[in-house]
Design a protein around this ligand. Structure first.
Ligand code: GTP
Ligand code: MG
Ligand code: NA
Length: 464
């Protein structure tokens, strides 16, 4: 029989902020992984998900709670932490991440203060009324900062503070005050978390270092306390399912799988699901329900755990038939006893139709765009729109001959648009050759801003 259904779900916590502030590195430090060093261009280009179980959080926060009169009780089973890209191209993914989450960590580089995509993230959080804390990261870069030797349990900030010389503390204080002033200018009251007069009116700043782990216990404790105090009711595990497809991936031995974030509800092996597909809705049955081990990133290949049932919130890999054409960045629905499958099919197709319909220019002129996920496709479309470049066709997945043919139509009408922008998708050598023969330029890159730069350089060249 099935184990008892938990009362609480894990809160979803989204990590947001400007590029290179240390979002992924902070998670790497907590997980003891090296995801960031494996990223193309050193930037995050998709949404990630990692489950931090309650016991790991308790271990890291023990030094802070041990001395408290009343020991913190972990009501939630853990935290599901969502990593997002900070690069300006991916505001759509930040928006998606922020709309999925219960609470956010906004990471600010203490050396740089508040930067543009941080402002953008704050606006999204304000709009959704999502509570958040701020990690004031890279404290170790203050002049002559003394960090502890590496240890499995990270050092609370208060302990680090005592180790520093006055001059170092002065720099830390001055930089922190600058950030507080910047927050005030944006209309937010902010304070160092241990000086925060009221967490309902003031944002807590938590000094951290992703390199040394200092302040990580403080950050984790704040997240658990805030979620448990402010939103216990919101965290009751609901019967209704809420889930989003993050990625579609072929895995040896499993076939095509989808990675999903289960935000609420429970999902079972054998459940019938409906997801959006490139060639229409997909109705299939869950063959295997897999998760990475706790503290491992879903978007990185790892050994998986098999489950009969998974409760929210969790990042899950699903293996099932017919997922080859599934579209990442759309909702996943489970067919319940009272559901009409046809209704669900219509519902899952809505997201994609909105993106694709609005994409193609009515003039019949424009470039061809391909991407690996709906989210990255959307990001490219936003970029092209901002550059005033029309789009004549879009698609997901590898470049096919028919895409080249479509792009080639522009050779007569608008030769400089006879090209394909392809983000993070493959082009087979014979297709590349075919494109060369037809005179269609293919831009392929696994780093979005390089692809954008290359394309802009090309357009510039065509003007002269
Ligand atoms: P995007 O995902 O691209 O938005 O970046 P990110 O916010 O995830 O930052 P990332 O983890 O990629 O770190 C960016 C760089 O900052 C890397 O070179 C890190 O080593 C460095 N870095 C991150 N955190 C710290 C820190 O606490 N101290 C120091 N000294 N360097 C850090
Ligand atoms: Mg990152
Ligand atoms: Na980065």
């Amino acid at each position: 029989s099935e184990p008892e259904r938990p009362k609480y779900r894990a809160p979803v916590c989204c990590v947001m902020g400007h590029v290179d502030t240390g979002k992924t590195k902070l998670l790497d430090k907590i997980r003891r992984t090296n995801v960031q060093t494996g990223e193309a261009g050193g930037i995050t280009q998709q949404i990630g998900a990692t489950f931090f179980p309650a016991d790991a959080i308790e271990r890291q926060t023990d030094a802070l709670t041990r001395t408290a009169k009343k020991k913190m009780e972990m009501l939630v089973p853990g935290l599901l932490v969502i990593d997002t890209p900070g690069h300006e191209s991916f505001s759509n993914l930040r928006s998606r991440g922020s709309s999925l989450c219960d609470i956010a960590i906004v990471v600010v580089d203490l050396m740089h203060g508040i930067e543009p995509q941080c402002v953008e993230s704050l606006e999204m959080l304000r709009k959704n009324k999502t509570p958040f804390v701020v990690a004031l990261n890279k404290i170790d870069r203050c002049y002559a900062w003394k960090s502890p030797a590496d240890s499995p349990i990270y050092q609370p900030f208060k302990v680090s503070q005592k180790e520093q010389e006055q001059a170092t503390l002065n720099e830390f204080k001055a930089r922190t005050n600058d950030v507080i002033v910047q927050f005030a200018e944006l209309g937010f009251n902010a304070a160092l978390y241990y000086e925060n007069p009221d967490y309902r009116t003031h944002i807590s700043l938590i000094p951290t270092s992703a390199h040394t782990g200092e302040g990580i216990p403080d950050l984790l404790l704040m997240l658990v306390q805030l979620t448990q105090r402010m939103m216990a009711k919101q965290l009751y595990l609901q019967p209704e399912l809420e889930a989003t497809v993050l990625e579609v991936k072929a895995v040896p031995g499993l076939g095509t799988t989808i990675d999903i974030i289960l935000v609420n509800g429970s999902i079972r092996e054998g459940d019938e699901i409906v997801v959006c597909g490139m060639e229409g809705p997909i109705h299939t049955k869950i063959r295997a329900l897999l998760t990475p081990h706790p503290m491992k990133e879903l978007r990185v290949k790892t050994p998986y755990q098999h489950h009969k049932v998974v409760h929210a919130a969790q990042g899950i890999k699903i293996s099932a038939h017919n997922l080859e054409n599934a579209v990442a960045g759309t909702s996943l629905l489970v067919v319940g006893p009272d559901d009409d499958v046809e209704d669900l099919k219509e519902e899952v197709m809505e997201d994609m139709e909105t993106v694709l319909e609005s994409a193609v220019d009515k003039s019949g002129e424009g470039v061809f765009v391909k991407a690996s996920t709906l989210g990255s496709l959307e990001a490219l479309l936003i970029f092209l729109q901002s550059e005033g470049v029309p789009v004549n066709g879009v698609g997901l997945g590898p470049i096919h001959k028919k895409d080249v043919n479509k792009a080639a139509i522009m050779l007569d009408r608008k030769p400089r648009y006879a090209c394909i922008l392809a983000f993070n998708v493959a082009i087979a050598p014979d297709i590349q050759l075919y494109a060369n023969q037809r005179g269609v330029t293919c831009f392929t890159n696994e780093t979005i801003y390089r692809l954008e730069e290359e394309f802009l350089r090309y357009l510039d060249g065509k003007k002269q």
